[in-house]
Write a protein that binds this ligand. Structure first.
Ligand code: PXG
Ligand code: PLP
Length: 440
């Protein structure tokens, strides 16, 4: 039981990621266990997980089939190289993943995180054009407020100011589309109606730089980290159209939207818009073992399969690409998703989730509510001169009341495990209403 595990009394050595270290260590929130929809804390409480960890534990926590697969694999084959060597699970998993993805995304390159998936996709895009004799295509287009992980390529195409401003010049030759934020879309249910024209900004970039200099355009189909920014109706279709017209590769960063989050295997399936490259991570193993995967369309993969057969086609890869534990976890995760019909379940419960999120619209300081699939956001009016403080207070209060939410700026973001029940949704909303109406 959680209480049997004492909290450590020296917290100083661990430099925590994306955390106010001094504030946390003065008043730590220590998680010691988890099961299904809940975390267990060191002070013996159960906390309802409204975020699926960090948008990743889509099957819920400590699911038996996944746990057993990891345990079994650790005892059978702990590690094997993926450079010039192989192990069967890696191939089995790639086939399963390719079957899950829309045509023609038939090839899978393994990584260990979303950040690595993004670097991999950007490098494949650049090398692809070069392999086809279009080496002048070196520019990358991202989007303001986009999140593509924390490595140099990812923060260069990303558009979250604090993730960029401290780290120098970043990659050269990057431009950004505008974020899909329009005041007239406030309180929209599902995809907002206005803003397809924002995709036309890509035409301006083509006019400015010349299509022959642009390699790829990367967007999150629904952006998560910046606070749940949704694609207006028709927007992704328009981006696809323009990329095709100008020979620009379209990359969907599906690190969050992949594996059922929107009630479909991928956002590409949900929206019926297929990119040339698709980056994934998180839900691929339901967060249990670090893993990512980049899906490539057949023509992209095939463009590399020329030249002498003894020569490496792509000079890229990670020590832990196709790690056996990750492959075993991913296969068991895909089994769990399929056997429990979790993507369909997410789609079925999404209308209830939508109503629940929007029922918070009349709470104190709420300036927007938005949702899609099993993602929801509640945006608060910032306290003048103290941005982020109001939402962070809501996070602390909700945690005390037994619900874990996530905040970015003054936006509360939620993305629960796909096993969520209506009673859990009711509890999240009741606690949030209480918290919001009790805050200054
Ligand atoms: N792309 C997207 C679209 C992401 O959401 C990454 C890349 C990077 O993945 P890794 O595995 O390197 O973290 C992400 C990750 C949050 C939050 O609450 C979001 C992410 C990670 C941690 C917290 O907003 N997204
Ligand atoms: N740094 C050094 C010194 C290495 O030898 C390696 C891999 O061999 C790396 C970094 C890259 O590590 P990884 O393959 O886990 O990304």
């Amino acid at each position: 039981m959680a209480l049997d595990k004492p909290a450590p009394n020296d917290l100083s050595a661990f430099w925590m990621p994306f955390t106010a270290n001094r504030q946390f260590k003065a008043n730590p929130r220590m998680i010691t266990g988890a099961k299904d929809m809940h975390y267990h804390t060191s002070d013996g409480r159960e906390v309802l997980d409204a975020v699926a960890g960090l948008w990743c534990c889509n099957a819920g926590h400590n699911r038996p089939k996944i746990v057993e697969a990891i345990q079994r694999q650790a005892a059978e084959l702990d590690y094997s190289p993926a450079f010039q060597m192989g192990h069967p699970l890696a191939f089995e998993l790639a086939t399963r993943l390719a079957d899950l993805a829309p045509e023609p995304l038939n090839h899978v390159f393994y990584t260990n995180s979303g950040s690595e998936s993004v670097e991999t996709a950007l490098k494949i895009a650049l090398a692809y054009h070069r392999a086809r004799g279009e080496g002048s295509r070196t520019r990358l287009i991202g989007r303001e407020k986009g999140y593509h992980g924390v490595n140099f390529g990812g923060i260069s195409v990303g558009g979250i100011t604090n993730n960029r401003r401290f780290f120098g010049q970043l990659l050269a030759g990057v431009d950004h589309l505008p974020a899909t934020i329009l005041p007239e879309n406030r309180f929209s249910k599902g995809q907002p109606p206005h803003g397809v024209h924002l995709a036309d900004e890509l035409e301006r970039m083509v006019a400015l730089h010349g299509a022959e200099t642009i390699a790829a355009c990367i967007v999150e189909p629904v952006s998560g980290s910046a606070g749940v920014l949704l694609p207006p109706v028709g927007y992704l279709e328009r981006l696809r159209e323009l990329c095709t017209k100008h020979g620009i590769l379209l990359i969907f960063d599906e690190v969050i939207t992949g594996f059922g989050r929107l009630g479909a295997s991928f956002a590409a399936e949900k929206f019926g818009v297929v990119p040339d490259l698709m980056t994934t991570a998180k839900g691929i193993t339901s967060g249990t073992v670090p893993m990512g995967a980049v899906f490539a369309a057949s023509d992209i993969h095939d463009a590399f399969m020329h030249g002498p057969e003894h020569v490496i086609e792509l000079f890229h890869g990670y020590t832990y690409s196709a790690h056996p534990l990750a492959c075993a976890a991913a296969l068991a995760t895909l089994d769990t998703y399929r056997e429990e019909g979790l993507f369909e379940r997410a789609a079925e419960i999404a209308p209830y989730w939508e109503e629940a999120i929007h029922s918070l619209a009349d709470c104190r300081n709420v300036i927007d509510t938005r949702n899609l699939g099993l993602i929801g956001a509640v945006e608060l009016e910032p306290i003048p001169g103290e941005p982020t403080k109001r939402a962070f207070s809501a996070f602390l209060e909700a945690y005390e009341k037994g619900v874990y939410i996530r905040t970015t700026g003054d936006i509360i973001a939620m993305s629960p495990p796909l096993i969520i029940e209506k009673s859990h949704i009711d509890r999240i909303v009741d606690v949030l209403r209480d918290v919001l109406n009790g805050l200054d």
